[in-house]
Design a protein around this ligand. Structure first.
Ligand code: ZN
Ligand code: ZN
Ligand code: ZN
Length: 281
């Protein structure tokens, strides 16, 4: 599997619009890997993980071509992961619908909007060629779904302000990824499912939103909690020496520049994702 991170920022991206802290100033002055847009990643150019408010930016400036993507799995409905306005822009020549896979709670609003659009097409009120065709599929915790040749298993995330938030186990071609963003420390049921699955992950992408040691919320992680989760996966037999751990969902709260965090993460054998990073798994 080939994974490309398009957006690796936290909820407000980096630099934050009105912020003049050291990290935001550094990002403004130096650009490069310290500029972080909001969450989006693409597997093998055809399966998207989240579709944030910065998807427009990814299409305009980072070479993303969403006309080729027909499947999107959604972790939760915060704007930095799922921004539905772009979905209802006018389209021409779209062909197949875009399929969204989302939890019941997180998908309620977009499901209602999609149904209304479908009713408008059916009644002739709208030109069916002129609006995004979307299908919204409800996915459930612990129930694997097959999308293209991937098996995706949604697991509960600890992310209190969003309805039914999910992290994902993604398996394909004998390889496996744990996509764990916008979650605090893994919930007991999630850990149990992973342990029982017997999966040894090739790649784990973890939420590292918070400054090390400043765990101001249970719904995200800092480097210490990421280390704890990596150790837990190892001790449960779900990670080994070949497992790569990456940190993402990074903003100014982490209080480290990309280089500083990269150095700190390297000490514990982890890498730090950046916008545009590609990984062969
Ligand atoms: Zn987020
Ligand atoms: Zn700042
Ligand atoms: Zn969130």
């Amino acid at each position: 599997m080939k994974l490309k991170y398009y957006g690796t920022g936290g909820g407000y991206g980096l630099p934050e619009v009105f912020c003049n802290c050291r990290i935001c100033r550094h990002a403004r002055e130096n650009g490069g890997k310290d500029i972080r847009t909001r969450s989006m990643a693409l597997l093998d150019g055809r399966l998207a993980i989240d579709l944030s408010v910065d998807t427009f930016h990814h299409c305009a400036f980072a070479g993303l071509d969403m006309t080729k993507v027909r499947h999107v799995i959604v972790t939760h409905n915060h704007h930095d992961h799922f921004f539905t306005t772009d979905l209802f822009s006018r389209v021409k020549g779209m062909g197949d619908p875009v399929n969204f896979y989302i939890s019941e709670g997180a998908g309620a609003a977009v499901r209602a909007t999609v149904e209304k659009h479908k009713a408008d097409f059916a009644s002739g009120k709208r030109d069916p060629e002129a609006w995004t065709r979307a299908e919204v599929h409800t996915i459930e915790y612990f129930k694997p779904v097959e999308i293209l040749d991937y098996i995706i298993t949604p697991l509960p995330a600890l992310h209190k302000s969003a309805p039914d938030p999910m992290i994902f186990v993604i398996e394909s071609e004998g390889k496996s990824i744990l996509w764990a963003h916008d979650t605090g420390k893994f919930l007991p049921d999630t850990v149990e499912w992973i342990k029982n699955s017997g999966i040894i992950f090739d790649f784990v992408s973890m939420d590292c939103t918070l400054r090390r040691g400043a765990q101001i919320t249970q719904s995200h992680m800092d480097l210490d909690w990421c280390i704890e989760m990596a150790d837990l996966l190892r001790s449960n037999g779900n990670a080994d020496d070949n497992t790569k751990f990456a940190l993402s969902h990074i903003g100014h709260l982490v209080d480290r520049t990309h280089d500083e965090l990269t150095e700190e993460a390297a000490e514990v054998g982890m890498i730090v994702a950046y916008d545009g990073m590609e990984i062969e798994i």
